[in-house]
Every structure is written in C-alpha cells, then in structure tokens.
Ligand binder design. Structure first.
Ligand code: FE2
Ligand code: FE2
Length: 288
C-alpha cells in the first residue's frame, strides 16, 4: 500500500530551549544518549542546507507540478529545521563547548569536498539516502517503546516535530533523484552505504569530542561509549529494531511511500492540531 502525506511546513515553534533549567545532560542524565542526539543536532543545519542545494540543482528538470509544490514545502521544512537546530546548538555553545571546531570540519567535508568534487546527481543520491534515515527517526524514537521516556520534554519535542516532518517530505528527494537526476539502483545503494558509514564515523567522533568537553577522561569515555553502543546496537538496541527499515532501501522496487506509516504520525498531528503546541503534542506520544 502506497500513501502520500501532505507536507505542512510549521514555523514560529517555541521549544523553550532558552530555559535556564535545561539540564546539560538532558536525556535522563545519560551522557552518551544526550551527546549522541547533540551530535545529530550539530549535523542538521549544514547537512540539511546541502540537501536543499542538491534537490534545487534538479528542480528545473521536474515537470510534475505536484512534485514542484512538494519541493517548495520540503525547502520550507528543512529551512525551519536548520533554524531550530541552530537555536539548540547555541545551548551547547553556552555550555562552553567549542562546537565551531566540529562545524568547521563538517562544513569543509560537505561543501569543499562532496559538493565541489562529486557529481550533483551523487549529492542528490546521498540526500535521498539520508532522508530515508531521518524518516526512520520516528519509528526508532517514538514508535518502539519508551526510548525517549527519560528525555527532557522540550528537547524531545524538538525531535518529535523534526521526525514527523521528515516523514511528511520523505519522498521528495527520492522522486527528484529518480525523475530528474535519473539515478539508477547501483548508485542509489552505493550512496546509502557510503552515507551510513560516513554518518556513523562522524557521530562517534563528535560524541567523543562532546564527552571530552564534558570533562570525561579516556577510560570513562570508553566505558560510556561501550554502554552507548549496546543501547544502539544490542539485541534490544534502538537501531537493531530499525534494521528492517534500513535494509528496505536496498530492495530494487523500494519507494519511501511504500513504507508503512508510523502510528505516531496520526497521534502527533491530532495532538498538535488540538493544542497548537509542539511540546504538548510530543508529550502525547509518551502519555500512558
Ligand atoms: Fe529536516
Ligand atoms: Fe528531510
């Protein structure tokens, strides 16, 4: 069964990220879980800027008017994600962390290597691959049990909103890649493998950097990272539960709209329409 969601860009959202009582380790006091998500947040503003550039590079090749509209709304959503994650990244800066060190390296790799030397079609294939991973967030963090139960409701709400909107625009880059850039199966799969490897290496280096900034010594970081890996990849790990979603991308007939819709989508959208507040909507996903 295939579906197509309406892309609804939401703006002027207030996650109360400036609150002074936001704990440093906002994920239940757990340094690994907190810093893993923080590493993701650091990657979003520039990462999603590159996604928009890659889609825009092929916009003129799209004749389907509905897809043209979706591209506009995709840009508006990703633009908002960048704004809010920049706000959150300021919180990290206020914690005294030199996040520009991470951002500079990331920026250089993305714009001075990938964007400059790799074909535009490959950048779009990488975008479609990473969009599949971000569209998987909602299943991992909000569908499969109480993964984010202990997280601070304000930061959790930011991820819930982001995950929901990723679900809404999950097919845009993929459709532009197929219809506009005409990327074939092999390149699509290669881009996914390369992006997964790249993002995994980036995450662990960034988490290590953030934990170091927290003052943890080498052996402490090793222990924290080991425990964190089990949380992600163990038998009941967060990512282990998502293996099916991840590998579905490699099916030759894959399309994002064929992936079964997350039940969290309906719950969050209804709650948000009722309350007009992303924190209340996210809390609803965690209500008993
Ligand atoms: Fe996004
Ligand atoms: Fe996205």
């Amino acid at each position: 069964m295939s579906h197509h969601l309406t892309i609804t860009p939401r703006s002027e959202l207030d996650f109360k990220l400036d609150d002074q009582d936001l704990p440093r380790h906002w994920f239940g006091g757990d340094p690994f879980k907190t810093r893993y998500f923080d590493a993701m947040s650091l990657s979003f503003p520039d990462g999603e800027r590159l996604f928009m550039m890659a889609v825009r590079a092929f916009k003129h090749t799209i004749t389907d008017l509905a897809l043209q509209e979706d591209i506009k709304d995709f840009n508006r959503q990703e633009g908002q994600h960048g704004i809010i994650h920049n706000q959150f990244n300021e919180v990290l800066r206020r914690q005294g962390i030199d996040i520009d060190k991470v951002l500079r390296v990331q920026n250089y790799i993305q714009f001075n290597i990938y964007w400059k030397y790799f074909p535009k079609a490959y950048n779009l294939a990488a975008t479609a691959a990473l969009e599949h991973l971000t569209a998987t967030m909602v299943y991992g963090f909000f569908d499969h049990g109480p993964v984010m139960q202990d997280a601070d409701p304000r930061v959790r709400a930011m991820y819930a909103w982001h995950a929901i909107e990723e679900l809404e625009h999950k097919s845009v880059a993929f459709d532009v890649m197929q219809q506009g850039a005409r990327v074939g199966y092999i390149v699509r799969c290669l881009a996914m493998l390369q992006c997964t490897l790249h993002f995994s290496i980036y995450s662990y280096l960034a988490v290590n950097f953030l934990l170091k900034a927290d003052g943890f010594g080498f052996w402490q970081r090793l222990r924290i990272m080991g425990k964190g890996m089990a949380w992600l990849y163990g038998p009941k790990g967060v990512f282990t539960a998502l293996a099916g979603h991840f590998f579905s991308y490699f099916k030759p007939g894959f399309h994002p709209n064929k992936v079964a819709l997350s039940p969290s989508y309906e719950r969050w959208s209804t709650a948000y329409a009722r309350a007009g507040d992303p924190i209340a909507a996210s809390n609803e996903l965690y209500a008993a």
